[in-house]
Design a protein around this ligand. Structure first.
Ligand SMILES: Cc1ncc(COP(=O)(O)O)c(C=O)c1O
Length: 380
């Protein structure tokens, strides 16, 4: 394990940078712990690679560099024992377009897409935007963590269902689905002839050292041809503003259809996105290890604070820097205004299909997190 000292406590003022996260509450004394980007600078190796590329001064149309493709293949092999072929990769300027393209590339208008709630809001919007109907099945709160109700999933599948949208690790409940759980989903998908699109954008942010991410597409070679895996360096290395993501689609017919849906509508990845992605996948791992340590520390702060709460319940995430909070005791439908009134901005659970819940982004300085928790004392 590579060690690196990184000062994640350093104050970086983002208020003058058109930051989506910080501008939402501009001019109001509300600490923004909502949208999923972190307040940290990216690794020095990424910043340096960008600087070098900028110094070149020419920013013409750019294809994915061969060296980036090699970096992704090497990363997937060494981190996940997942052998990819270069031709399987489709580059995208964002992962949300990937969710929408998956809905359009599978089945026909009028077909159904199934997903489990609570879930990252674009999962709920993409099917309808793609003229598909949406079927949702709630995950089950088991107290310590959340799990699948496989019987409910089975019962929800209709003859028109063609696609399962999976979030793995799961935003917002922070679960890393185990091989056994993935196996059950694959078995169900095989029986009902479904494709699974697995959004694995958070897969390099596993906080629990005893847990390993297993790509869904790697679990069963006979099912790999029915998978679309969406990946991006943007969450782990904090590059969401640079717009570089990819879909891994092993089956050539499915890939052709996906690419066909992109034609003329989805722009290529920009040159700086490619540059940053390659530097991130090639980084020696020290920065990421230091980040995970820091996030574990923030998670501990949250755990301790919520352990003393009578009215708020925290789901401790195994992965991601997102914490899911049951705030139904504050307001069963819309607790967010009471948090904002105390000076803390969170994500509204209604957007995730779960009224009365909130999502807190702890990818920030510990002092800011502590300040937010101090402000929330009256709701504890
Ligand atoms: C599960 C998940 N998928 C996709 C995204 C966003 O991806 P992008 O910014 O590349 O569209 C996020 C961002 O929070 C996410 O949590």
């Amino acid at each position: 394990m590579k060690e690196q000292t990184v000062d994640f406590d350093r104050v970086i003022d983002r208020r003058s940078t058109s930051s989506t996260k910080w501008d939402k509450y501009a001019g109001r004394d509300i600490l923004p712990l909502w949208v999923a980007d972190m307040d940290f600078a990216s690794p020095p190796s990424v910043v340096e690679a960008l600087r070098t590329r900028i110094d070149h001064g020419v920013f013409g149309y750019t294809d994915a560099p061969e060296s980036l493709i090699e970096a992704v293949l090497a990363y997937a092999r060494s981190h996940y024992g997942w052998p990819l072929e270069p031709g399987w990769l489709v580059w995208l300027p964002g992962l949300v377009p990937g969710l929408n393209l998956a809905c359009r590339a599978v089945g026909q208008p009028g077909d159904a897409v199934l997903t489990a709630t609570p879930v990252y809001p674009p999962f709920l919007r993409a099917p309808r935007s793609s003229n598909r109907s949406l079927i949702t099945v709630p995950l089950v709160d088991r107290g310590e963590d959340w799990g699948w109700d496989f019987d409910a999933v089975e019962a929800a599948v209709t003859p028109c269902t063609r696609l399962l949208l999976l979030c793995h690790p799961h935003n917002p409940v922070g679960r890393v689905w185990r091989e056994q759980e993935l196996g059950r989903l694959v078995e169900l998908a095989q029986r009902h002839d479904l494709i699974i699109c697995s959004d694995e954008i958070h897969c390099d942010l596993i906080l629990d050292p005893t847990v390993q991410h297993v790509p869904l597409a790697r679990t069963d070679p006979s099912f790999a041809g029915r998978t679309i895996t969406l990946l991006a360096p943007s969450k782990t290395w904090n590059l969401p503003g640079l717009g570089c993501s990819l879909a891994v689609i092993p089956d050539s017919a499915l890939r052709r259809r996906f690419v066909h849906e992109m034609a003329g509508l989805v722009p290529g990845v920009n040159v700086l996105g490619f540059t940053a992605a390659e530097a991130a996948y090639r980084d020696d791992g020290g920065w990421r290890n230091a980040l995970l340590d820091y996030l574990r520390g923030n998670r501990r702060v949250l755990q301790e604070w919520f352990a003393g709460s009578r009215r708020l319940k925290l789901t401790v995430p195994e992965a991601t820097y997102l914490a899911w909070i049951d705030a139904r005791a504050i307001d069963p439908v819309n607790p967010l205004p009471q948090f904002e009134a105390l000076g803390v901005g969170l994500s509204d659970g209604r957007d995730f299909g779960f009224p009365g819940y909130l999502r807190l982004n702890f990818g920030c300085r510990r002092a800011l997190l502590t300040q937010a928790l101090d402000r929330l004392m009256p709701l504890r």
